[in-house]
Ligand binder design. Structure first.
Ligand code: ZN
Length: 207
């Protein structure tokens, strides 16, 4: 697992990476019992590993950003559509509120992606969306007129829009940006079998 800082325009982005071979049982100490239970409910070992790594990375990234203890961050993933624990990860604002009284800082925007052997988490001070795909997997789902880049940029944009919505609903907790279209950049990954995109507010790069 490692993290890298990326500066795009005025946006400060931290990208956290893990490889599926790093998934091991000792990591359960870094997540909650509920999170670990969800990992174990997976139908196959690689899905369980992806779930484990994405939860560990999300906690590490947020704890690092806010300078708080790993397990003290209240993270919710309740899906808006079906209520399962596979939704966009976000900080539980009601539970975090007490902490915020002592830490009057804005919360980070979070986006998570996983594909085959990799898990990626981005944190940023502006709404953000990330998508990574194994190229062979996208090819099986693409329409004839689409490119692989169309696919990953659409997914990243979708997650960006979700973050934009969370920020507009909770302006006291998140740094605001103008209701802006997304600017898309290639996700920096050395493995050419994968393609990824990051979506961020266009105003960050155009100002
Ligand atoms: Zn759902």
């Amino acid at each position: 697992m490692y993290s890298q800082l990326i500066k795009i325009g005025t946006a400060h982005i931290t990208l956290w990476w893990a490889h599926l071979t790093e998934a091991n049982i000792a990591l359960q100490k870094q997540i909650t019992a509920c999170e670990y239970e969800y990992c174990q409910q997976a139908d196959d070992p690689s899905t369980a590993g992806q779930r484990l790594l994405s939860r560990v990375l999300t906690r590490q990234a947020i704890a690092n950003y806010l300078n708080v203890d790993l397990l003290s961050v209240p993270i919710v993933r309740t899906c808006q559509s079906c209520g399962a624990e596979h939704g966009l990860p976000r900080i539980d604002l009601a539970l975090w509120h007490k902490h915020l009284l002592f830490k009057p800082i804005k919360l980070p925007y979070i986006s998570v992606t996983h594909s085959k052997m990799y898990v990626g988490v981005v944190l940023a001070d502006v709404p953000i969306g990330i998508d990574l795909e194994y190229r062979t997997d996208i090819d099986q789902q693409l329409h004839a007129s689409e490119t692989q880049w169309n696919w990953v940029s659409r997914e990243a944009q979708f997650k960006y829009q979700s973050n934009l919505q969370i920020s507009q609903e909770n302006p006291q907790y998140y740094k605001q940006v103008s209701n802006d279209s997304a600017y898309l950049v290639n996700l920096p990954i050395a493995d050419n079998e994968y393609l990824g995109a990051i979506a961020l507010p266009a105003c960050c790069v155009n100002s």
